[in-house]
Design a protein around this ligand. Structure first.
Ligand code: ZN
Ligand code: ZN
Length: 214
C-alpha cells in the first residue's frame, strides 16, 4: 500500500494520498493549501485517484476539495453531519485570508459509521468519531488509522471550533472507536507526526496516559 503525507498551509495540515501499489487506484484525504504538491505527487506516482474523502470539513482540510475534484474528476465523500461545517467555508475564509476564494464543493457520496471505501484491493472502514466536529470520521485501512483532527501524537483535537461538541464526547469516541485497535496500529493525524495506538495509550495525557507532575 502507498501512503504519502503532504503537509502544507500555515496550519501545517496533512493531506494523505493512499493507493494500491499494483492497480495504482487511490484516494486522497483532506486536500487543502498543499493541493498543487499533492497533484504533482499523484502525477509522479502515476496514480488514478477516483475519491476525495474528508475526515472533516474545517477549511485547512477542505479548501482544496473543489480544485481537486476539477483536476482529478474524483467524487467527494463526507459524513452527512459535517455538511453544515462545509457550507460555511466562505465565512471561514473571511477569517483566514490564505483561503480566500474557496468554493463549497458538492458532496457526491455520504459516508457513515461502518461504510467501506474501496482503494483498489484495499478496503477503508469508516468510523464516525464525533467530538472535534459533529461529522468527523477516521478511516482504517489494513491496520493504518487516518485520524483527522480527532487524535494527534500526544494530544487530541480542539472542541471549541466550528462543529465541535465536547471533550467528553471526543475522548469517548477515541476510547470506543480507536483504542480498540491493536497496539501496533499506526495513527496518521491531520497535523503532526505519525504515532501508534500503544504510544497514545501509554502517554497521551488527554486519554489518562502519562504522569501529571504537579
Ligand atoms: Zn479540524
Ligand atoms: Zn486541522
Amino acid at each position: 500500500m502507498i501512503i504519502q503525507c503532504i503537509t502544507g498551509g500555515s496550519f501545517l495540515t496533512n493531506c494523505y494520498i493512499i493507493a494500491d501499489e499494483e492497480s495504482k487506484e487511490g484516494i486522497i484525504i483532506d486536500p487543502g493549501a498543499q493541493l498543487s504538491e499533492v497533484l504533482e505527487e499523484i502525477k509522479n506516482l502515476d496514480l488514478k485517484i477516483d475519491k476525495i474523502v474528508n475526515t472533516h470539513a474545517h477549511i485547512d482540510h477542505a479548501s482544496g476539495v473543489q480544485e481537486a475534484k476539477d483536476a482529478l474528476g474524483a467524487k467527494f465523500y463526507l459524513h452527512p453531519k459535517e455538511k453544515p461545517v462545509l457550507d460555511i467555508l466562505p465565512e471561514s475564509a473571511l477569517r483566514f485570508p490564505e483561503f480566500s476564494g474557496v468554493e463549497v464543493p458538492e458532496i457526491d457520496e455520504f459516508v457513515e459509521q461502518g461504510d467501506i471505501v474501496e482503494i483498489g484491493k484495499y478496503k477503508a472502514e469508516v468510523l464516525h468519531v464525533p467530538g472535534h466536529t459533529w461529522g468527523s470520521i477516521c478511516l482504517v485501512i489494513d491496520g493504518h488509522i487516518i485520524s483527522g483532527d480527532t487524535l494527534f501524537a500526544g494530544s487530541v483535537g480542539r472542541v471549541d471550533l466550528t462543529g465541535g461538541t465536547s471533550m467528553e464526547e471526543l475522548v469517548g469516541s477515541i476510547n470506543r472507536k480507536l483504542m480498540v485497535y491493536p497496539p501496533e496500529s499506526k495513527v496518521y493525524p491531520g497535523h503532526g507526526p505519525v504515532t501508534t495506538i500503544e504510544i497514545e495509550k501509554r502517554s497521551n495525557p488527554f486519554l489518562g496516559g502519562g504522569t501529571i507532575l504537579f
